[in-house]
Design a protein around this ligand. Structure first.
Ligand SMILES: Cc1cc2nc3c(=O)[nH]c(=O)nc-3n(C[C@H](O)[C@H](O)[C@H](O)COP(=O)(O)O)c2cc1C
Length: 316
């Protein structure tokens, strides 16, 4: 193989080793923050706690990492691909617009990461066109967020393999295990809807009244029996008393063709929906985009398979 082809083949072979992605930071001669994207990070020793990574000798940041005596490693979250690209640029002020502070040893510590290792530089080894930096970890932190991965020269996301399955229902002890899909769906439903239900309770509303607002925001006017039919699958179809209570609160009006939302009803719906949306946004940080897309696809399919009367507008 010609030189370039041989190098390409060597890189491709190395690229089969899937890694996380980190940003290593330190300070330069004048105290300026310095940082570089690196996936050569790895663990070395538990006691004493040591980690390593390797830095190209051609890197602009080389002298800063060689001289400072400390560095911080930030294992990146799946949402930080843009930051990874920014720190993979050569030179320039990579910290402009980035949230960071001075760490325990002086290395810049970024505001966001999946894990952080603040290190004192213990050894620097010659490694061909790279220098291998070994650091003693003096502080570390980890957050429960999905990590960014790198494989085959591309960013990737994790996809956990299904674990060994336990029996779903333990009849002897009368309990469900977490391998029972319906148990998981309903438990996830109860837990994720809790902030919304708490909010409704503060408004003095029940789930049927909330679903009525949501239904009428998409399809109106609707007669009372049409509302009951459309919400039958939820087990929360409002009766005449529930609709009358909403009229008394100024949320609904009944016109000639059926029930309509009032402006107050629309505002109440938007305010309640916002609780769920904020909760979902926080929760989404713990998963990769691929995991979320796959989960949505599975749930949509379950909805299709289990109820033909589910309104199309609710499947988004
Ligand atoms: C995913 C990824 C992983 C990288 N890993 C390393 C690495 O381990 N060591 C290294 O020296 N450069 C690595 N780089 C390249 C550097 O980030 C890049 O050369 C950067 O421009 C160096 O910055 P500097 O020249 O300003 O120091 C990586 C780049 C990417 C995108």
């Amino acid at each position: 193989m010609a030189g370039n082809d041989a190098q390409r083949a060597f890189r491709d072979a190395l690229g089969t080793f899937a890694t996380g992605v980190t940003i290593a930071t330190t300070i330069g001669e004048s105290g300026e923050p310095v940082g570089v994207t690196a996936n050569s990070f790895n663990s070395v020793s538990i006691d004493p706690p040591l980690v390593l990574w390797s830095l190209a000798k051609s890197s602009y940041s080389r002298s800063a990492f060689a001289e400072s005596g400390h560095f911080a490693i930030h294992v990146l979250a799946a949402t930080q691909e843009g930051l990874s690209n920014d720190f993979a640029r050569r030179g320039g002020d990579k910290f402009a617009g980035v949230d960071w502070r001075g760490g325990a040893l002086g290395s810049p510590v970024l505001g966001d990461y999946a894990a952080l290792f603040e290190c004192r530089t213990r050894h620097q080894y010659e490694g061909g066109d790279h220098v291998i930096l070994v650091g003693e970890v003096i502080a570390h932190d980890a957050r429960d967020v999905a990590p960014l991965l790198f494989h085959g020269g591309r960013y990737a996301e994790r996809r956990p393999r299904p674990g060994a399955s336990e029996p779903s229902v333990d009849i002897e002890h009368g309990r469900f295990t977490d391998d029972f899909l319906f148990y998981l769906i309903s438990r996830a439903h109860f837990q994720t809807s809790r902030p919304t239900r708490d909010k409704l309770a503060r408004f003095g509303m029940d789930m049927g009244q909330y679903l009525t607002l949501a239904l009428l925001s998409m399809d109106r006017p609707l007669a009372a029996d049409a509302i009951a039919a459309r919400l039958a699958h939820t087990g929360h179809a409002p009766d005449a008393a529930a609709l009358a209570a909403m009229v008394a609160k100024g949320l609904l009006v009944e016109g000639g063709e059926g029930w309509e939302l009032t402006e107050a009803g629309r505002e109440r719906l938007v305010e309640t929906l916002a609780i769920g949306q904020a909760f979902e946004a926080d929760l989404a940080d713990h998963f990769t985009a691929a995991e979320l897309a796959e989960t949505k696809a599975v749930l949509r399919r379950i909805i299709e398979l289990t109820g033909a009367d589910v309104p199309i507008g609710w499947r988004g």
